[in-house]
Design a protein around this ligand. Structure first.
Ligand code: AMP
Length: 436
């Protein structure tokens, strides 16, 4: 088969051309700015990890989409599908004795064999914030605050935050003795809004009718009037202390968040779960109107670190989908234009020692001025027209006589004016134009 059949990237994976990469970098820079402002230290772990580590608590849905393979020594490894497991590995090992709280950040690529569609890729980037060591609602609020600030930084002003607390449903199911595996399956179905199958799971686990109808009732509780939803939910779960506490926790978080950030619409949705299995408390996702896929997702995971052999350590965090944020910015026309790639065009005439050309270009670059050296063997007139097509403010022309005298010819591309100057004169002219 001809190699031409393979010129398209592997299904679900993307090439990032300069504009795509620039847009991604805009989001990444906003994330890094927030690392700084919220005091998160950036870390990096390998793309490949042991399958067992990545698969342990990721949830059935994500587990099924993992890229898993054997290395040449027969070890079963996988490409990371999400960032929390590698972060937890660090916290349970190298950072075991690090003082808490730990605030860790990352910008990594992830791999899932999802069905590709708009905003869903098999390789995608996430910016993550993990706050480790605190069980307090203010830690969850910090994560929500980061998510809101990121949206604002990217000029995505109109957005919704959907919230719940997995403790509401898990608390009830645990109090009724529902096995953890069944709970995981139920929540995974709830995540896909497949409430019918979720109820069937509970029926198959021999849960009584009254309990099932209570759960079914909770699934329907959703809206922006969170006070009345919480009141209704509390009356439904009043006998289960864990669920009541989870609702109270949500109320504290929502009250304070509304006080600080009135703008985003907070939707309390008790029929909302997240695919990843490790959540133990508040969970949330961020949406914009014209895109029905979550841009940012996160929540509390208090049991994960001890599960990986670390000290029992509460934790909360979020991951922002960088590709999806880029998509949302495009849809909302808030993508900043590519910055002008301002540069000097350097044309070295035949017979000039190349070393002179390189000396001049090196010195310009050392002064912070981008230089594009003509390397295609174009004639001077073609070189000049290339320079004007590229909007270069100046072309520097080096001829033999100038080279001997240590001079250069500077052509101002907007006026067409051409002058022979000393290197120093040319540099100061260029520098003032480039503001460096
Ligand atoms: P998750 O790791 O599933 O909690 O996802 C966190 C964020 O990553 C989501 O809100 C999305 O923005 C992004 N994300 C998850 N899966 C994909 C995917 N297949 N393609 C692109 N972005 C994704």
């Amino acid at each position: 088969m001809s190699l031409k059949s393979f010129l398209k990237p592997y299904r679900g994976m993307r090439d990032y051309l300069p504009k795509d990469l620039y847009e991604r970098r805009v989001v990444e820079e906003a994330i890094r700015e927030l690392f700084k402002l919220y005091c998160y230290e950036e870390v990096e772990t390998p793309t490949i990890e042991y399958y067992e580590l990545l698969a342990a608590k990721v949830g059935e849905e994500t587990r099924k989409t993992m890229y898993v393979f054997k290395d040449l020594a027969g070890r079963t490894v996988a490409l990371r599908p999400e960032g929390t497991a590698p972060i937890v590995r660090l916290v349970a090992s190298k950072l075991k004795t690090a003082p808490k709280p730990l605030r860790l950040g990352y910008i990594w690529d992830f791999y899932r064999y999802d069905e590709p569609q708009r905003g869903r890729y098999r390789r995608f980037y996430q910016g993550g914030f993990e706050l480790i060591g605190s069980s307090k609602p203010e830690a969850d609020m910090e994560i929500l605050s980061i998510s809101i600030e990121l949206m604002k930084k990217l000029r995505l002003e109109k957005f919704q935050i959907k919230l719940s607390d997995v403790g509401v449903l898990r608390g009830l199911m645990t109090s009724w003795g529902v096995d953890e595996n069944v709970q995981n399956r139920v929540l995974s179905l709830v995540d896909k809004k497949n409430y019918v199958e979720a109820i069937k799971e509970l029926e198959a686990a021999n849960l009584d009718e009254a309990s099932i109808s209570k759960i079914a009732g909770l699934f329907k509780l959703k809206g922006s009037n969170y006070k009345s939803i919480l009141a209704e939910a509390k009356s439904m779960v009043s006998l289960c202390e864990h669920s009541v506490r989870s609702l109270e926790n949500l109320e504290v978080i929502l009250d304070y968040m509304r006080d600080v950030y009135h703008e985003p619409e907070y939707i309390l949705d008790l029929g909302f779960a997240r695919g990843l299995e490790y959540y133990t408390g508040m969970i949330f996702e961020v949406f914009v109107e014209d895109l029905d896929i979550a841009l940012i997702g996160g929540g509390r995971y208090d049991k994960l670190i001890e599960l990986y052999g670390g000290e029992p350590t509460p934790a909360t965090g979020c991951a922002a989908g960088i590709d999806r944020l880029v998509l949302a910015m495009r849809l909302n026309n808030v993508t900043p234009p590519l910055p002008p790639n301002k540069r000097v065009y350097l044309y070295i005439l035949d017979g000039v020692p190349l070393s002179y050309g390189f000396k001049v270009s090196t010195e310009l670059r050392a002064n912070g001025i981008p230089v594009e050296v003509e390397v295609m063997g174009r004639s001077l007139s073609k070189g000049l027209s290339t320079a004007s097509k590229k909007n270069c403010p100046y072309t520097l022309i080096l001829g033999s006589k100038e080279a001997e005298a240590g001079l250069v010819t500077l052509k101002d591309m907007s006026t067409g004016l051409q002058e022979t100057l000393t290197l120093r004169e040319a540099f100061s002219r260029i520098k003032s134009n480039f503001n460096v």
